[in-house]
Design a protein. Structure first.
Lengths: 81, 256
C-alpha cells in the first residue's frame, strides 16, 4: 500500500485571508507575538501502486484538480506503508 | 436559440437562469453533466454554467466541475468556443470558466488556468447588492446601461492574476464590468465585495464570446427583485439587459 501526501499552499506573496482571520482569533484568545498564520491544505491518498506509478499518479491529480498554478505551490510525498 | 444550462451536484441557480432565458425568448434546457456525452453540445447555440456550489466547493470553488468537464467533453467545449458561439458563467460558473482556462483567454484557450477567483479579502461569504459600471461593449453587455445594480453571493470571488495577465486583460478591453461605489468613485469594501484586482467583476475572453461574471444577473431579472422596487419603480430588472443583449446578438447572427 502506498500513501501519497499532497500539500497545497498559497504561493509566497499571495494574500491569505483565512490565515489573517485565524491570526486575529488567536490574538483575541490572548496569544501574543504572532507575526503570521498560513493555512495549507493536505490531501492524504492511499493507493495500490508501486512508488513510481504512485508518484506519477499524484502528479496527475495535482495537475488535473488540486492546484491552480496561478496561486498555489505544492509538494508531494509518497511512502510505502 | 437553444441554451444548454449545465448542471452538476451542487449547482443551485439553474432555475432562475432557466426562467431568465425563457422570459427573454430563448429555449433553455437543463443538461446534467452525468448525461453529457460527446457530440451533444454541438447542437446548442449557447452554453450557460449557473451559479451554486458545485461539488460542495471542495478543493476550490469550480475546480471539480471544471475537471469533470475537461475529462468528459473537453474537445467539444474547445470546438464550441472556437466556433464563436457564446459561453457564459455566473458566479460558480465564472470560477469554472477560469479553472477550465477559457477565461481570461488573453491569447485563446490556455492549457492551465491563467487567473484565479480566490477567497474574498474579508474571508467571509459576501451576499449583498453591488453597483457595477460597464467598461466595454460586448455581445453580453451592448444593451446594458452604464451603471447597474446586481447581487453578489460568493466566498471566492476575488479576481486575481499576475500583473502581466491583468495588463493584457485591460489592454485587450476584456473587462466588462467593474465594481464601483454608489457615488461613482473608487470602491472600498464593501462596494468591492471581495478585493478583486482593478475592481474586476466580469470579463470576456479576447475573442469576446466567453463571458464570466461574479454578480448574478438572473437574480435581478424582474423589477420586483430589486430591493428598492417599491421606492424606485423601473420597467425591467438590471439583469434583464444582459440576457437581452445576448438574445439580440445571437438572433442577429443567426438571421445573417
Amino acid at each position: 500500500m502506498l500513501k501519497a501526501t499532497i500539500t497545497v499552499r498559497l504561493k509566497d506573496g499571495i494574500d491569505d485571508p483565512e490565515g489573517k482571520s485565524i491570526r486575529r482569533s488567536l490574538e483575541l484568545l490572548g496569544f501574543e507575538s504572532i507575526s503570521e498564520v498560513k493555512v495549507v491544505k493536505q490531501y492524504i491518498i492511499y493507493m495500490n501502486y508501486n512508488p513510481q506509478d504512485g508518484k506519477n499518479m499524484a502528479e496527475e491529480m495535482v495537475k488535473k484538480l488540486f492546484v491552480n498554478p496561478v496561486i498555489h505551490s505544492y509538494d508531494i510525498r509518497v511512502e510505502e506503508i | 436559440m437553444r441554451v444548454a444550462i449545465l448542471q452538476m451536484e451542487g449547482t443551485n441557480c439553474e432555475e432562475e437562469s432557466y426562467i431568465a432565458f425563457k422570459e427573454t425568448g430563448a429555449n433553455p434546457e437543463y443538461l446534467h453533466i452525468n448525461n453529457l456525452t460527446e457530440g451533444m453540445l454541438e447542437s446548442y447555440d449557447m452554453i450557460f454554467i449557473p451559479g451554486g456550489f458545485s461539488s460542495g466547493d471542495y478543493i476550490r470553488a469550480g475546480a471539480v466541475f471544471a475537471a469533470r468537464l475537461k475529462a468528459k467533453v473537453w474537445k467539444d467545449i474547445v470546438d464550441f468556443v472556437e466556433s464563436g458561439k457564446p459561453v457564459m458563467g455566473v458566479c460558480n460558473g465564472f470560477q469554472v470558466l477560469i479553472e477550465l482556462g477559457l477565461l481570461p483567454g488573453t491569447e485563446g484557450i490556455s492549457e492551465v488556468p491563467q487567473a484565479a477567483l480566490m477567497t474574498n479579502n474579508s474571508n467571509r461569504f459576501e451576499c449583498r447588492w453591488v453597483h457595477l459600471e460597464k467598461i466595454n461593449d460586448t455581445m453580453f453587455s451592448r444593451d446594458v446601461p452604464n451603471k447597474i445594480m446586481l447581487p453578489v453571493a460568493h466566498a471566492e470571488g476575488k479576481f486575481f492574476a499576475t500583473q502581466n495577465i491583468i495588463k493584457k486583460i485591460e489592454d485587450n478591453g476584456q473587462v466588462v464590468f467593474r465594481y464601483i461605489s454608489p457615488d461613482g468613485t473608487e470602491p472600498e469594501y464593501p462596494w468591492n465585495p471581495n478585493g478583486s484586482i482593478n475592481n474586476i467583476a466580469a470579463i470576456v475572453n479576447s475573442y469576446g464570446n466567453v463571458f464570466g461574471i461574479m454578480p448574478h444577473p438572473e437574480r435581478a431579472y424582474f423589477p420586483f427583485q430589486h430591493p428598492d422596487w417599491t421606492r424606485n419603480p423601473r420597467n425591467i430588472g438590471d439583469g434583464y439587459y444582459i440576457f437581452r443583449s445576448l438574445f439580440k446578438q445571437i438572433n442577429e447572427a443567426k438571421s445573417r
